[in-house]
Design a protein around this ligand. Structure first.
Ligand SMILES: *Cc1c(COP(=O)(O)O)cnc(C)c1O
Ligand code: SF4
Length: 338
């Protein structure tokens, strides 16, 4: 196969050269003199982190750019808002082991890596103390033992942080361990990494996912149709060619995608690129993210309009996480009570 343009720059270099300062971010977008610059958060505990392929898709001079809004630390994050807490999903109480969440039937979620390529301001993990530390082989052993002992688990979900923070060697090792567990059938990867640094989808990674005995599934995280322009649409072609199903989950975010045109385009353009819409999440009520909340009534109205605008197979399921609930709570579609 021909070398692709996105193979020429190493993802690690792009990861290391991410913009980590809000002022610098605004400067690069010609927004240094914009009033927005005065509302920045000083020294946020959840630092700014924006890789350059993502930055390149933002509109210069547009303070309301929906991509910028997702990553810019603003002062209002510091305000405490009733109902928005540090651990909205009570995950601290749900781990059978550090780094392993097993609350859904047949599936377990492994936090394979701390840290992410991009810092999304609405993220419910923003207060988690895992920093950028990866658990390492030693750290993953108890989780692997747990998976081996629980024969009802058929699917392992690698999450994080972002599991693609692991390099291909580390992922190769992990997949080899998982393959040895006979009752595992599927390997799912939940990642936003290739959306912001498409170069992360190396030939080796594609081979790894395509060649494992486990059925691989990749769930991406795109919130806006313009995020397809980072290079991700081309970078996933090898995954499609190897028959790996690609899904998308989004979060409904005020000022980013809370309108019918944007959501419709997100679903249609994702599908054009070979990505099947999967979930539309309501925001987790995490401290610092209140400015992203779409009121429930508006969310329902928007979703109803989306359902009317799209064929059924393009409609993501509207869900929300609820602490202590055995699964994501589906808000729509719902049973008609007659
Ligand atoms: C979302 C989630 C899953 C997977 O749920 P699906 O509905 O299968 O996508 C599994 N474990 C945890 C802890 C989750 O949050
Ligand atoms: S990439 Fe995912 S886990 Fe990481 S900050 Fe963004 S939403 Fe959160």
């Amino acid at each position: 196969m021909l070398a692709r343009a996105h193979d020429t720059e190493d993802w690690r270099t792009l990861l290391a050269s991410a913009v980590t300062d809000a002022r610098e971010l605004l400067r690069r977008l010609d927004l240094s003199d914009h009033p927005l610059a005065t509302t920045l958060q000083q020294g946020p505990s959840f630092p700014v982190r924006v890789p350059t392929p993502y930055l390149a898709c933002m509109r210069r001079g547009d303070a309301d750019d929906p991509l910028l809004r997702q990553v810019l630390a603003v002062a209002s994050e510091e305000q405490s808002v009733a109902g928005f807490g540090i651990d909205p999903l009570d995950e601290a109480g749900q781990n059978p082991l550090p780094g392993l969440l097993h609350k859904y039937q047949g599936r377990a979620l492994l936090i394979a890596a701390g840290g992410c390529a991009v810092h999304c301001r609405y993220c419910f993990r923003r207060h988690f103390p895992y920093g950028d530390n990866n658990p390492g082989r030693r750290g993953l052993e108890p989780a692997l033992d747990y998976l081996a002992a629980h024969t009802d688990i058929q699917e392992i979900i690698l999450s994080g942080g972002d599991p693609l923070m692991l390099d291909d060697d580390a992922l190769g090792w992990l997949v080899a361990q998982l393959e040895r567990i006979p009752h595992l059938r599927r390997l799912r990867i939940h990642t936003r990494f290739p959306v912001v640094i498409p170069q992360r989808l190396t030939g080796r990674l594609v081979d790894l996912l395509a060649n494992t005995r486990l059925r691989s599934v990749v769930v991406l995280h795109l919130n806006h149709p313009r995020e397809l322009d980072t290079g991700i649409a081309d970078a996933i072609i090898p995954l499609r060619q190897r028959g790996i199903p690609l899904f998308n989950q989004s979060v409904l975010l005020k000022g980013v995608n809370d309108n019918l045109t944007t959501l419709t385009e997100l679903c249609e353009l994702s599908f054009d690129a070979g990505i099947q819409p999967y979930y539309l999440h309501l925001l987790d009520r995490v401290a610092g993210a209140a400015h992203f909340e779409v009121p429930m009534a508006a969310a329902r109205q928007l979703y109803d309009a989306l359902a009317a605008a799209l064929p059924g197979y393009l409609l993501p399921r509207l869900v929300r996480e609820r602490p202590g609930a055995p699964g994501k709570v589906a808000l729509a579609p719902r049973w008609e009570i007659s």
